[in-house]
Design a protein around this ligand. Structure first.
Ligand SMILES: Nc1ncnc2c1ncn2[C@@H]1O[C@H](COP(=O)(O)OP(=O)(O)OP(=O)(O)O)[C@@H](O)[C@H]1O
Ligand SMILES: [Mg+2]
Length: 468
């Protein structure tokens, strides 16, 4: 008996976890369908909450409860058959009362779904705030503001508590209503039993056993009904994580670009809120040209590179690659041509090799070696070496070199490098710059805050956004 319980429990858990993998796959599908701008409408804490809290709620309330629902359904059928064996009149009575109990979930489903939606938002907010404060832990530590950290976490915890209490209240109201109705139904069956016994249609001695069986039926029905409400209430969570296919995939697209002559920016306008970043900007970038992009902080250098690399799309004017509008290319096509190296380097808590090749299954050791050499990565003995979360075990300049190694591992025709060398000493920066500048095939746009007079002649042009 014990071993069969063990087998059933393990089998059930395996099935649940199989479904949960699919649930999280669905969240990933939804996340990866988003555009760059859509993804950044939410914070990471909210995504984390979908993977952990919403998925956890689905596991506890939709999937696990489906198993209980099934077993209660079977119990109801057997108990009803047993009751009907005493007298067939029990059948219609139970049927009517059961229908009454099953009508209830429809009424209670709405407030439970709303409570689930609110709880999901509460979870997202909690996760969001905690991620925010934890990511900034070093700041609290260094400014000796650890008490503030505790206060902030307590405040967000208190706020979450009220959401959870509201959810539990709705949940308890639902359970009570169903429980109350179940008692009413049992009394009705008891009345029917007594009438049948008085009329001599069932033996008096059967009253206690029919009472027990009826209690079984309505207890199971009560659980069934409750589980039904809980399962239905998870609907908003399924709606939230369901991938929404946009029409973009079927848009007509031109064939992958082959960069032949020129990248042209024509009458580019871009505004964020009320702030005009670009007004009628015109630029021509020749194939193989080497350009330094300069301008004061906040002028729009990174924004321009993000527009060219397809991360920002809501600009007006035209970006043309050999005369073809950038909007015509898919992000995949665009990235096959150019690579943006972000000013803010993100490194994964994984090996050097995975950080550079980005989990390339056909990792080519030679490519990796060349990439590490070109990016002057001389501080790791082995590509299997682990990098700490966001590269905390590395210096700023070391992180930049690993980001550049990512580019060198899979070089593209156009490199958009956003202050990739700003944290490096002049000697190392010059060495890497020379690799980039001497590559005849490469078209380079490099944001450079510290352009020395001797470096200027090495570029074909210095583009300043200050006057633009
Ligand atoms: N995601 C964003 N949402 C709203 N405004 C933004 C966003 N990113 C940048 N900005 C604004 O756009 C302007 C240009 O920013 P950008 O990052 O392009 O400047 P930058 O020239 O690269 O500056 P820096 O030299 O400091 O890196 C800034 O005023 C900034 O406040
Ligand atoms: Mg910038």
């Amino acid at each position: 008996m014990l071993s069969s319980d063990y087998v059933q429990t393990v089998f059930q858990e395996k099935l649940i976890q199989k479904i949960m993998i699919e649930v999280r796959e669905s969240i990933s599908a939804q996340v990866t369908q988003k555009t760059y701008a859509e993804f950044h409408e939410k914070n990471n804490g909210e995504y984390l909450s979908e993977y952990i809290n919403d998925a956890g709620n689905i596991e506890a309330n939709a999937i696990s409860k489906t198993f209980s629902l099934l077993s209660h359904g079977v119990l109801i059928i057997f108990a009803t058959v047993a009751l009907a064996s005493y007298h067939l009149l029990f059948l219609p009575v139970i049927l009517v009362l059961a229908m009454l109990m099953m009508l209830l979930p429809n009424k209670l489903g709405q407030p439970m779904a709303q409570a689930t939606r609110n709880l999901s938002e509460g979870n997202a907010e909690l996760s969001n705030h905690l991620t925010n404060y934890l990511n900034g832990f070093d700041v609290f530590f260094n400014f000796r503001r650890l008490a503030i950290y505790r206060q902030l976490v307590k405040k967000t915890s208190q706020h979450y508590a009220s959401t959870k209490i509201a959810y539990t209240k709705t949940n308890a109201r639902v359970t009570n209503t169903i429980g109350g109705l179940s008692i009413f139904c049992q009394i009705m069956v008891d009345i029917v039993t007594s009438v049948l016994a008085i009329m001599g249609l069932i033996p008096l001695g059967a009253i206690s056993s029919t009472g027990n069986i009826a209690a079984n039926v309505f207890n199971s029905l009560s659980s069934f009904s409750n589980e039904f409400v809980q399962i239905k209430a998870t609907r908003p969570l399924f709606d939230k994580i369901k991938p929404q296919f946009s029409g973009k995939a079927v848009e007509e697209q031109v064939s992958a670009p082959i960069f032949r002559t020129m990248l042209e920016i024509k009458n580019l306008n871009y505004t964020v809120g009320n702030k005009v970043i670009f007004h009628q900007l015109n630029l021509k970038i020749n194939k193989g040209g080497k350009y330094a992009l300069v301008g004061k902080s906040g002028v729009g250098k990174s924004t321009l590179l993000k527009i060219l690399s397809g991360q920002i799309t809501n600009y007006s004017g035209q970006i043309l690659i050999d005369g073809i509008d950038l909007h015509q290319f898919s992000q995949d096509q665009l990235v096959s041509l150019l690579q943006y190296v972000d000013q803010n380097v993100y490194l994964f808590n994984d090996t050097v090799a995975n950080n550079i090749s980005l989990w390339d299954q056909t990792l080519l050791d030679d490519n990796l070696k060349v990439a590490l050499e070109k990016a002057e990565v001389d501080f790791t003995d082995t590509s299997k070496q682990m990098i700490a979360e966001n590269g905390q075990n590395l210096s700023g300049g070391q992180k930049q070199r690993l980001a550049l190694a990512r580019f060198f591992y899979q070089p593209k025709l156009i490199a958009l490098i956003d202050e990739g060398l700003s944290a490096l000493d002049t000697q190392t920066a010059t060495k890497i710059d020379e690799v980039l500048l001497n590559d005849k095939k490469l078209t380079l746009i490099e944001v450079n805050h510290h352009l020395s007079p001797e470096m200027i002649p090495k570029y074909d042009d210095v583009i300043s956004l200050d006057q633009a």
